[in-house]
Design a protein around this ligand. Sequence first.
Ligand SMILES: Cc1cc2nc3c(=O)[nH]c(=O)nc-3n(C[C@H](O)[C@H](O)[C@H](O)COP(=O)(O)OP(=O)(O)OC[C@H]3O[C@@H](n4cnc5c(N)ncnc54)[C@H](O)[C@@H]3O)c2cc1C
Length: 417
Amino acid sequence: MAAAVELSSRGIPVTVFESAKQLGGRARSVLHNDTQLDNGQHLLLGCYRETLRLIKLVGGNEEQDFLRLPLQLDLHGHFALKAPRLPAPLHLLVALLKAHGLTWNERMKSVRFMLALRGMDFRLPRDMTASELLAQHGQDSDLAFKLWEPLCIAALNTPLHKASAQVLLNVLRDALNRTRADSDMLLPRLDFTSLFPQRAADYIEQHGGRVHTSCGVEAIVPRDEAIELVTGQGTHTFSHVICAAPPVVAAKLLRPIAALENSAALIDKLEHQPIYTVYLQYPAHVTLPHPMLGLHRRFSQWLFDKGRIAAQPGLLASVISAEGLHQELSQEELAQRVIAELKEEFGIAETPEWFKVIAEKRATFCCAPGLQRPAQQTALVNLLLAGDYTAGDYPATLEGAVISGVRCARMCLPGRK
Ligand SMILES: Cc1cc2nc3c(=O)[nH]c(=O)nc-3n(C[C@H](O)[C@H](O)[C@H](O)COP(=O)(O)OP(=O)(O)OC[C@H]3O[C@@H](n4cnc5c(N)ncnc54)[C@H](O)[C@@H]3O)c2cc1C
């Protein structure tokens, strides 16, 4: 949708084929018990400049669409860090020095680490796992558990021992090191399909394009200078095609094209990490102390109070990112664990009216060190690949997907290669 909006804004009408009934892909909303839920909680950072630019372009209003919070990490009673209103990177250094739940020595180590990263311009001579980098800089167990692991899992959806240190540094560089607003956390007040893809679809159609839902692409067939797309509703010919399907589908569509063997092979090598979201509808008076907070050494890593964020009173969401023991539980067992945690941590004794577990087994690619990701430009000049998994600085995030889409769009412009 980012690619299509970017092209539409430059006067090029675009046809979008979406296999699902609903727009938005992994960042879509779903209806359950008359309640609009997101496929998973999505948090944006202030540094997501391209995503925020496009949301604005299609008619969004940042102030109304998001609850904006200064950077904070609150692991309910075990750790708390909140960035004061100071210029970057002072806001972070002061936040680290004043963090609750760490010894003075640990706080100093974390500050020295951040200063060392700045000194290196957030660039490593060779990639390594985040665990290796933390060990090299004396960020030992409590510091890693309370600060770096939650940050790494939230940003890369990959555990420290498997995560690319360089990609983690890319996120830290952009979020923590430029302006204070870059590190702000933006929680959407409206459902995700309404936030961007639905507005984007309207924008694309107002600019002469078409958006077809429930119309998946079954094959991509290069023909001379053009490309044919075979869909359930017929065959369509285009000058350029941007394949923005998720990696598994993209590999399936590219594999039959001899020239694209290399791109398909790179995609096949990607491994994936899950994200589970457990929604619990409690009576309307049930709330959490903050709109978003973390738990330490619990199944629930992050909790979101949708009443405080999106005017959905009593609706709580527990997010469990990356691989872990939770995958061995049934959905009922997992929901019961989360209910027990909410009771133990916050004294919530009420029984939820319903729960819904959304298990995205392939939520993101596993962001491993030195990972080779396919370029947006394929071996065919008029066939491009867009998506969070394509080459870029970012892990699998909305901003990574949007930057990739915008880059593809610009490559399709007349006179550009
Ligand atoms: C639970 C969860 C929580 C997340 N939380 C965050 C977060 O807090 N912050 C953040 O930045 N990122 C988050 N992410 C990651 C973010 O959602 C993704 O990086 C982003 O949505 C990827 O976008 P994409 O366009 O690359 O792929 P997708 O969103 O997967 O889009 C691909 C689209 O292609 C469609 N499609 C598939 N096959 C075909 C076909 N044959 N023909 C036509 N269309 C097809 C799909 O239906 C889908 O709409 C989260 C992801 C999940 C799953």
